[in-house]
Each structure stands twice: as structure tokens, then as C-alpha cells.
Design a protein around this ligand. Structure first.
Ligand SMILES: Cc1cc2nc3c(=O)[nH]c(=O)nc-3n(C[C@H](O)[C@H](O)[C@H](O)COP(=O)(O)OP(=O)(O)OC[C@H]3O[C@@H](n4cnc5c(N)ncnc54)[C@H](O)[C@@H]3O)c2cc1C
Length: 434
């Protein structure tokens, strides 16, 4: 087998190679979660190798998502309000939300767990737990931007959810109350007040109210990953290995060896798995269960239209988010639970474009849509990511669901702190991680 050659050994602050490994930590997956994890580790003095099967970062679900940094809108998917809609989803009557039923045990286990999380109490607990991670992420991202001010289209335009019926408005009111423990600044507005803040809402048709969260941010995850990775490989002990399709991971007493499908190997003292919706497959071969289901979604990017909103807008009924991203409009939506095929289906993409145009006809130049895309949200049943030590040398940072871009910076800090606490920090004592 070929051994990975160090591409920039001089950048390694700590010569892990001398102990027979390529790095202290190998991070599997270079989506937004893997790239931020590499950053949080490298900042603490670990040498890192970041692997991905793609030819660059953010080619999976982090490529063209809704671009929302929704630090305050962390509502768990499993909730009492969704239960009422399940029969329509199962009957295929909800075009925005589809469910692919398969009789395999992993799907059934996940489904039962999801249903158990649909109670009022669990919804409140899961939403609050996600909110804590959201706030940690906002802090972590602000720190990162202060230390490394590179451009990824970051802005704080605020977010407006619009509701077209009184039941969903009441549901929003109840959820705001759940979050009041954390002093979230969210305000329910009349349509007139909402239009006062975002005049483009005047063309959205009839709605009964809106939820305004002025602190919400946006940014392009793909540009972010490229920008941060350039800093990581220049200024930190981080090397990358792209075009590396993981075939297997071997756990030895003193190291982890990752094998590629074409016979390469990379070794490190520890591994962090950040493989998004593909995590269950790779972990399954290692005998580690990761209860994650893919939930496919779509996006398209078009030039702003004649009446493009400046604030981010979520049309809750149509399950669409509009985001003004630098000089374009990013529109994302649709949910297909248990569909693991990342290829865009042209008919579904067209449905998203048609729905968006029906909701906000002048928000985007729909005929000039340049790029349509589909991705897989890695969903846990309770909408909380799995961040833990799964084995002696294997850590997980997976299952960020609908909010992986939002949670990435905070989740990366959590897993890096866990590793630091459990295996030691190379800045303090190198021997403790031998
Ligand atoms: C339509 C849509 C809209 C969304 N909108 C938002 C939003 O507005 N805000 C928000 O916060 N979140 C949003 N999300 C969710 C967010 O995009 C994801 O949660 C996030 O991208 C997950 O990041 P990740 O790094 O875990 O996974 P990924 O970005 O998928 O990264 C996993 C990486 O692992 C690699 N990989 C997988 N298998 C292997 C293998 N065998 N060998 C080597 N490499 C492998 C892949 O190539 C990939 O690069 C949205 C998702 C979708 C689909």
C-alpha cells in the first residue's frame, strides 16, 4: 500500500510523523463540519489531516444550502404540529415534504425514535438544547471572523418567518415562549409591521403574521470552507487529502489507519468522523451505529429580481427560504426523508422554482436560474447532532440535520474540547497523546 506523503511537513508544529503517524488527528469529511472541526483542533495545537473523496471542500451537503446562520431558529423537526401532518405526508399529499418508506430496521428504529420526540416536552427540550448549540456557534463564528476576516458573504440581515394560517402562527408563538428562557430576541409581527421592515413582503400574498428575528445571519458555506481551508493549510498544521474515498478504518492499539478505495492509507492517533449523511455507512463497517437518515433538499441560485428581499424570508407553509446572498438570491426548500440519492431530480427542482415564483414573483430573476442543486441533510431523530467519543480513538461530529451550517462552528468547538479533555492537548503535554 502507498503511504500518504506529507505535503507540508514544515507546517506541522508537532511532528506526529516521528511517532509513526501522519498526524495527531485525521478528520474524515471536508464539509462545513469537517473544515470547522479541523480549525478548532488546529487552533489547539493538533496536527490534522483532512480527507474527502471530493476534489475540494464543501462538495456535499455544504455546497449550496440555504445559507442561513439561524442561531435562534433552532426548532426541532419532531414536534406535535408535525404529527398532525404525517397522514398527508404518508399519502404523498404534501409536495414539499416526502417520506420514502423502507422496511429496514434502521429506518424503522429512526422513525419510532422520531415519533417519540414529537411530544410537547421533548420538542421543548430538543429545541432548547439546539438553541444552546446555536448560541455557542454564534460566539465561535464571531471569534473566527475576528481572528480571520475573510469574505464569505457574511451578513446579519435578520430573518422573517411568515405564517399563512392562525394555527401555525400560534405554534410559532408557543415556540417563542419555549425559547424565552434563553432571552432570544424574537418578535411576532402583524403583516403590516412585517412589510414595514421588509417591503418585498408586500407581494407575498395573504399572510396572518410573521416572526422577526433581527439577529439572524447568513453566509455562503462553500466560500467559507474554501476561505478557511486556505488559512488552515497556510497558517496551521493542517494538510488535506482530496480524492480519497474511504474504504475502511482500522483501529489499532496506538493509531487509526484510514484506507482509501485505491490503496492509499493515512494514519493518525485519533479520528473525527464528519461524514454527514454518509456517516452511517462508514461507521457501520466499524461496528458503530449512527442513527442518521438523509433528508434530501433542493436549492437554486438566481440573480436578484426587481423586488428582491434584503432580509431572509421563510415561507413556512411552502417550506421555502429566500436568502439574499451577496449579488444573488439563494432559494432552498423541499424535504424528502429517507432519500439518500444526492442527484437533483429536474421535476422536483422545477417544483421548488415554481413554488418560489408563486410565493414571491419578483424576488429572483427565475428565468435566469444558473444553478440547481440537491443535497442531503443528515438528520437525527431529535435534531441534535451526535458529538461524542464512540471508541478509544474515534470521535463523532455528525448528524447536524437542517442546521449544519449554523451549528458547525459550535459543534467543532465541542468536539475539539472533548478531544482535548479526553486525550490531552499537545500544547501542554505531548506525551499524553502518545
Ligand atoms: C437544501 C438544503 C438547505 C439547507 N439549508 C441550510 C441552512 O440554510 N442553514 C443551515 O445551517 N443548514 C442548512 N442545511 C443543512 C446543512 O447543509 C448540512 O447540515 C451540512 O452541510 C452538513 O455538513 P457536513 O459537513 O456534516 O456534511 P457534508 O457537507 O455532506 O460533508 C460530508 C463530506 O464527507 C465526504 N464523504 C462522504 N463519504 C465519504 C467517503 N466514503 N470517503 C471520503 N469522503 C466522504 C463528502 O464528500 C462530504 O464532503 C441545508 C441542507 C440542504 C440539503
Amino acid at each position: 500500500m502507498k503511504q500518504l506523503q506529507s505535503e507540508s511537513e514544515d507546517m506541522c508544529a508537532f511532528p506526529a510523523e516521528s511517532a509513526g503517524q501522519d498526524a495527531d488527528i485525521v478528520v474524515l469529511g471536508a464539509g462545513v463540519v469537517g473544515v470547522t472541526t479541523a480549525y478548532s483542533l488546529a487552533r489547539r495545537g493538533y496536527s490534522v489531516i483532512l480527507l474527502d473523496r471530493a476534489d475540494g471542500p464543501a462538495q456535499g451537503s455544504s455546497f449550496a444550502n440555504g445559507a442561513q446562520l439561524s442561531y435562534a431558529y433552532t426548532d426541532a423537526l419532531a414536534q406535535p404540529a408535525l404529527l398532525a401532518g404525517i397522514p398527508a405526508i404518508l399519502a404523498g399529499l404534501n409536495p414539499a415534504f416526502r417520506l420514502r418508506f423502507t422496511p429496514d430496521p434502521d429506518f424503522l428504529r429512526w422513525g419510532l425514535s422520531f415519533l417519540r420526540n414529537c411530544t410537547k416536552t421533548r420538542f421543548a427540550a430538543n429545541t432548547r438544547a439546539a438553541l444552546v448549540l446555536g448560541f455557542e456557534s454564534r460566539l465561535a463564528m464571531a471569534g473566527l471572523r475576528d481572528r480571520h476576516p475573510f469574505d464569505f458573504g457574511h451578513a446579519r440581515p435578520g430573518k422573517m418567518h411568515i405564517f399563512r394560517d392562525h394555527a401555525s402562527l400560534q405554534n410559532a408563538r408557543d415556540t417563542v415562549a419555549i425559547k424565552q428562557v434563553a432571552n432570544v430576541s424574537q418578535e411576532l409581527l402583524t403583516p403590516a409591521k412585517a412589510i414595514g421592515i421588509e417591503p418585498a413582503l408586500s407581494e407575498i400574498g395573504s399572510f396572518v403574521g410573521a416572526l422577526w428575528t433581527p439577529s439572524e445571519e447568513i453566509g455562503d458555506p462553500h466560500r467559507f470552507c474554501h476561505g478557511l481551508l486556505a488559512i488552515l493549510t497556510r497558517q496551521f498544521a493542517v494538510r488535506t487529502k482530496f480524492g480519497f474515498t474511504i474504504a475502511g478504518v482500522d483501529e489499532h492499539k496506538n493509531r487509526i489507519v484510514v484506507r482509501s478505495s485505491d490503496g492509499m492509507t493515512v494514519s493518525a492517533r485519533n479520528a473525527v468522523v464528519c461524514l454527514g449523511a454518509d456517516a452511517p455507512g462508514v461507521l457501520g463497517k466499524m461496528g458503530i451505529r449512527a442513527p442518521i437518515l438523509p433528508m434530501k433538499g433542493y436549492s437554486f441560485t438566481a440573480p436578484p429580481g426587481a423586488n428582491a428581499p434584503k432580509v431572509s424570508i421563510t415561507d413556512s407553509a411552502r417550506k421555502i427560504v429566500f436568502c439574499r446572498l451577496s449579488d444573488s438570491m439563494r432559494v432552498a426548500g423541499l424535504a424528502e426523508l429517507n432519500n439518500g440519492d444526492p442527484r437533483p431530480d429536474p421535476a422536483r427542482l422545477q417544483l421548488l422554482i415554481d413554488n418560489a415564483e408563486a410565493a414571491m414573483p419578483k424576488a429572483a430573476a427565475y428565468r435566469e436560474t444558473s444553478a440547481g442543486w440537491a443535497g442531503l441533510r443528515p438528520m437525527t431523530a431529535n435534531s441534535i447532532p451526535i458529538i461524542k467519543r464512540a471508541r478509544e480513538r474515534v470521535f463523532l461530529n455528525v448528524g447536524h440535520g437542517m442546521l449544519g451550517w449554523t451549528f458547525a462552528a459550535g459543534a467543532a468547538e465541542r468536539v475539539a474540547k472533548l478531544i482535548e479533555a479526553e486525550v490531552g492537548n499537545p500544547m501542554n503535554d505531548r506525551s499524553c497523546i502518545e
